[in-house]
Design a protein around this ligand. Structure first.
Ligand SMILES: Nc1ncnc2c1ncn2[C@@H]1O[C@H](COP(=O)(O)OP(=O)(O)O)[C@@H](O)[C@H]1O
Ligand SMILES: [Mg+2]
Length: 296
């Protein structure tokens, strides 16, 4: 692994300075990588990722979504667009990452991870080189890269979480979801206590219910794990969400004035404030550097 890590650092630096890959000045900027995750499945991760992407795009940001949910990858279902290729084609079949990108509504781009997400941890040297070289291109076309992970605390999910610039944790106010969210916070906290976790409470009936759930989680996390949570906001339990899902269209497009869309706009504006102007972050290249090195 150490050899692999050193080699990777070399590749990353090379990609950085490579004129063929970075032909113009603007290519020096990089994207903010935000991993969206949850302890429990079915809490609204995919819907929030997609609609957050669309809302950020409406606000003028260039967004790429990577669908990294191994089991229930379904960004494409919510977008209503079936991708022809997945990350596997980049890793194994020599496809350029740009050819694997799909364009969803509001020009939000997305990549389906497929089984490529699992493959990532067992790449050969050549595959690793090609992958990093390729994926680094995303920094040039995106301000924000949202990664939708699977639920739970598998090694794979934790890697996606620990390597991210920002972690957004989704939970509902239900006790089972809160317990699983706590398990995820614990898994993160034991690796890096200073990693900030941003929380969205989904499917709440009232703002007070969201605040209560947040406070509960924050209190136990601070007390037992010494991990501090940041409250990003809440999304109302809104029948328009499932209506939109049935039509395979993002709710923020179909029903821009529904409560859930309004809530998400508030959240997107909060996230916007944390987006640096440019050049100050390592982008997706830095993300995968950490991902492969196991750094936090
Ligand atoms: N805010 C919400 N209001 C109403 N229903 C919701 C909301 N968020 C999610 N849902 C419902 O939950 C289902 C699962 O959401 P999804 O985003 O696929 O979860 P996950 O990606 O966490 O598995 C959706 O199909 C939708 O019907
Ligand atoms: Mg999902």
């Amino acid at each position: 692994m150490n050899d692999q890590a050193n080699k990777l650092r070399e590749i990353v630096n090379k990609v950085n300075n490579d004129n063929i890959i970075c032909p113009i000045e603007t290519l020096k900027t990089s994207a903010k990588v935000i991993t969206v995750t949850s302890g429990k499945g079915g809490v609204g991760k995919t819907n929030i990722t997609v609609n957050l992407g669309i809302t950020l795009s409406k606000l003028g940001y260039r967004v790429v979504i990577i669908d990294a949910d191994l089991g229930l990858a379904n960004i494409d279902v919510v977008f209503g667009t079936m991708p022809r290729y997945t990350l596997v084609d980049v890793i194994k079949n020599g496809k350029n990452v740009m050819d694997v990108l799909c364009t969803g509504p509001k020009n939000v781009k997305f990549i389906s991870g497929g089984s490529g997400v699992e493959e990532l941890t067992r790449l050969s040297q050549l595959e690793l080189e090609n992958f990093v070289r390729n994926i680094a291109l995303l920094d040039k076309i995106a301000d924000v890269i949202l990664i939708d992970t699977g639920a739970g605390i598998s090694e794979n999910v934790i890697r996606f979480v620990m390597a991210a610039d920002d972690v957004v944790l989704i939970t509902t106010p239900e006790p089972t979801a809160i317990t699983d969210a706590y398990a995820l916070i614990k898994a993160v906290g034991t690796r890096n206590r200073n990693k900030t976790i941003k929380l969205i409470i989904n499917r709440t009936e009232t703002a007070i219910e969201a605040q209560t759930a947040m406070q509960k989680l924050n209190t136990v996390s601070q007390k037992f794990l010494k991990v501090k949570l940041q409250f990003l906001g809440y999304v109302t339990n809104d029948v328009m969400v499932s209506k939109a899902v049935k039509q395979q269209k993002p709710f923020s497009l179909l029903f821009p004035d529904c409560m859930a869309s309004k809530n998400l706009t508030e959240i997107a504006k909060k996230i916007m404030k944390t987006l640096p102007t440019a050049k100050s972050q390592e982008g997706i290249r830095g993300f995968f550097n950490k991902f492969f090195n196991g750094n936090q």
